[in-house]
Design a binder for this molecule. Structure first.
Ligand code: NAD
Length: 406
């Protein structure tokens, strides 16, 4: 079996870390730390092995993958330098599979990063959709892939108010045909192209996309699974672990203030107030759902360039216990952003490919534990979300044993 992994935002930090990590795993240079799919509970499923994954993707910014990986190793201390050097040839091969992506006319910080010289100009939405679709088909044919899983790890886009036309596929197709660029963001176009060609799609970003009925209709039409949005890797992960503790001990959370500082490309993009709104929204609803009420809660995100790929979250939780006595919990989380994200991207690819192989269609709610704002799932306790995954694995593992016996 050979499975294509097509990353949107393929020159970015998360993507670079996915490439380096997958190549290092394939060459058995590293252990499987950080991969949920390598836990004994999940390994019951016959998931695709890292050495059977083939990588490619789209980006709009110019750059070199190896140079980026070396910067992450030497300046940010995010990647081990010896591992980066050991996979140089694999990374150079992946770079030849990275094609120009799509930018609409809206504001994008990718302009500030320097656009790829081969970005097509004066292209309509329909032409862009056709070009992107051809990229996927060429990739699949060239490598004789069983399928391709498309994962969005591109820069966060600003929030977006859906139009009536996004309510169904016919309306979405009209927007596309009429070249209504203000209504079709890159994240929407990428998901549309993946579904139109029958490929599963994962949105690891907070950009609005998979919630739109038009895209879900298209995924169902072509019988593909999908899920998102916004990978849960740091402060929100801790919130969804700790909030149930307060609820189950009947401790009333009075306020929960989260201060986040981060550097890197993501930090730079989130430094823009419009782009930041999408992140604030996806981080927002978690506490109310996990606690069952709405405490005073602030989420602050600031860009600090010198941090590079590192992120610090300081959370202050003020709570009331027996006799009304007030107490507090504070934590400081210092994480390397892409190191937390990259293994989850590989987990999501492996689990999505499995679902696709089994003919599963539509939103994969069992993947809720991977996301801050899981599509259609109101359960926000991490343990409860993880149970959804375990239940799924148990059922599918039993089916596999049954199929083998019969
Ligand atoms: N822990 C984590 O790192 C984490 C967790 C959750 C979500 N995310 C999300 O993952 C995404 C990637 O994070 P990152 O740190 O790699 O960011 P990054 O800035 O390093 O990389 C983003 C890449 O996307 C590219 N891009 C921008 N617009 C594009 C377009 N229209 N088409 C194709 N490519 C485009 C940029 O050129 C860049 O190479 C962000 O949206 C971030 O919010 C990351």
């Amino acid at each position: 079996m050979k499975v294509g992994v097509w990353l949107v935002g393929a020159m970015g930090t998360v993507a670079t870390t996915v490439f380096v990590g997958a190549c290092a795993l394939s060459r058995e240079l590293v252990g499987s730390w950080g991969l949920v799919s390598e836990l004994s509970e999940i390994k019951k499923l016959p998931l695709v092995a890292p050495e059977h994954l083939v990588f490619g993707g789209w980006d709009v910014a110019e750059g070199r993958l190896m140079r980026h990986a070396r910067v992450l190793a030497r300046e940010d201390r995010a990647l081990p330098a010896d591992i980066v050097e050991a996979v140089e040839r694999d990374i150079e091969a992946i770079e030849t599979e990275i094609q120009p992506g799509f930018l609409n006319d809206g504001p994008s910080l990718a302009h500030a990063l320097g656009l790829r010289p081969d970005m097509p100009d004066a292209e309509s939405l329909a032409q862009a959709a056709e070009r992107l679709g051809k990229d996927l088909e060429r990739f699949r044919e060239k490598h004789r892939l069983d399928t391709v899983v498309v994962v969005n790890v591109a820069s966060t886009e600003p929030p977006f108010v859906p139009k009536i036309e996004h309510g169904d596929l016919a309306g979405f197709r009209r927007l596309l045909a009429e070249n209504r660029r203000e209504a079709i963001t890159p994240a929407l176009l990428y998901a549309y192209v993946a579904f139109e060609h029958g490929y599963p799609y994962i949105d690891f970003t907070p950009s609005p996309s998979l919630g739109l009925p038009a895209l879900q209709e298209l995924a169902n039409l072509h019988g593909v699974p999908f899920y998102g949005r916004d990978g849960k890797t740091g402060e929100t992960l801790l919130k969804t672990v700790l909030a149930p503790l307060f609820r189950l001990r009947n401790l009333e959370v009075l306020s929960w203030e989260g201060f986040n500082i981060l550097g890197g490309g993501d930090g730079q993009v989130l430094g823009d107030p419009d782009h930041k709104q999408s992140k604030l929204r996806s981080k927002g609803g978690v506490l109310t759902s996990a606690l069952g009420y709405n405490p005073h809660a602030g989420v602050f995100i600031e860009y600090v360039p010198s941090l590079g790929n590192w992120k610090t979250a300081w959370d202050f939780i003020h709570f009331r216990g027996f006799l009304g006595t007030k107490m507090s919990l504070q934590f400081i989380w210092q994480g390397c952003d892409a190191i937390l994200a990259a293994p989850l991207v590989l987990d999501l690819v492996r689990l999505t490919e499995f679902a696709r192989r089994r003919g599963e269609v539509g939103p994969m709610a069992h993947l809720a534990c991977f996301f801050k704002d899981p599509l259609g799932v109101v359960v926000h306790s991490f343990a409860d979300q993880f149970r959804l995954l375990i239940d799924y694995v148990e059922h599918r593992a039993k089916d596999a044993v049954y199929a083998e016996k019969s």
